[in-house]
Design a protein around this ligand. Structure first.
Ligand SMILES: [Zn+2]
Length: 359
């Protein structure tokens, strides 16, 4: 199929683009109370950073730069949240799905260097520092622990909402001996303070939630809720001299957050009116409007029609060196300078045309 188009980029106003047509930074600043701000970006380093991930990281640095320029009192850093517990291998034993995570298989090291390369480039370009935090460090935070305990106390309600398929609280922990992890938390057993997990090879192993919970893992919706509530607690605590704002892809905006984050947080007693903010990065979509998917490319060889440099960082760097990152920065900076451009998605063909202007 050949699609012909006039090549004109229209930006019709509507919804948030209407409200924040000319300025977005003053609104963000009006909702931030501390001088130090951390902009949180997450990634599961299980392949070369795909184009959408790259766009989100770039937007985080550009936004940090703009905030500091607007208000010189602000000190902004990027908080790069690594999900080292992301699945690396999956197998089925006795009808139960098990996975081993990136950290356990050591595959986390395969692509981590590419992420550091990007972070270092933007750090030098923007003069914005970054720090890396692993999931186990996030879990060890007292705020995260207290949120998790509250969720455990309301396990049935939360599971019912967050896990439509299994109705389980999707918490897991790798077997300390072989790393196998009950992906859908099917065989977990709970008491008030303990969770017991099951490994088909090595039997039961438990944690007491009053002790160290740094090794536990969550599925995405549960992690999203815990993160939102934990960030909120940090933002309003005098024990921390910083607050956190999250940047993530806008496939998570809307129904997902309203139903699975805000309403549940409110149920658990969180003051939703001043909950930590999420800033959404426009999605990079294919011709049909679906987001470019990392796993479709990796597992099924999708996107043969798209030039490789727009697939992932490894190809982009091969084609353009650091120039690729420089161009992407200019593109997203233009969106922040014209914030009506932030509240929409962009097809990969938009990026192809924009890149032509700069290359
Ligand atoms: Zn085991």
């Amino acid at each position: 199929m050949n699609i012909s188009c006039d090549g004109i980029v229209n930006n019709p106003l509507g919804g948030a683009s209407y409200v924040f047509e000319k300025e977005i930074i003053p609104y963000l600043l009006g909702n931030l109370n501390k001088n130090k701000l951390k902009i949180s970006v997450g990634a599961q380093p299980n392949s070369s950073p795909h184009f959408g991930t790259l766009e989100t990281i770039t937007l985080a640095f550009a936004l940090a730069r703009k905030i500091e320029d607007y208000d010189p009192k602000k000190q902004v850093t990027i908080l790069y949240e690594v999900i080292e517990t992301a699945p690396s291998e999956t197998i089925v034993i006795d009808g139960i799905k098990y996975q081993k995570n990136l950290n356990f298989t050591g595959k986390i090291d395969n692509y981590f260097g590419e992420y550091i390369d990007i972070l270092d480039y933007y750090k030098n370009k923007t003069n914005i520092n970054y720090e890396i935090r692993y999931q186990y460090e996030f879990n060890a935070h007292p705020e995260t622990k207290s949120v998790f305990k509250s969720i455990l106390n309301n396990r049935e309600y939360i599971s019912e909402k967050l896990d439509q398929k299994y109705k389980n609280l999707r918490v897991r922990m790798s077997c300390p001996i072989c790393g196998l992890t009950d992906k859908n938390s099917v065989l977990n057993k709970y008491t008030e303070d303990t969770i017991t997990f099951y490994c088909p090879e090595h039997g039961n192993y438990s944690i007491n939630v009053n002790d160290d919970i740094s090794k536990i893992e969550y599925n995405s919706p549960l992690r999203n809720l815990i993160r939102g509530m934990s960030y909120t607690a940090v933002n309003h605590s005098h024990d921390y001299d910083y607050e956190i704002l999250r940047i993530t892809g806008s496939d998570y905006a809307g129904f997902y957050q309203e139903e699975l984050r805000y309403k549940l947080a409110s149920y658990l007693g969180c003051n939703v009116y001043n909950m930590s903010m999420i800033f959404y990065a426009p999605l990079v979509v294919d011709w049909s409007g679906a987001k470019l998917s990392k796993s479709l490319y990796v597992k099924e060889g999708a996107y043969q029609d798209i030039p490789k440099k727009f697939i992932n960082y490894s190809f982009l760097k091969e084609a353009l060196g650091y120039k690729g990152l420089e161009i992407l920065y200019d593109i997203v900076l233009n969106w922040i300078n014209n914030p009506y451009m932030l509240f929409r998605h962009y097809s990969i063909y938009y990026f192809m045309e924009e890149f032509k202007k700069y290359e």
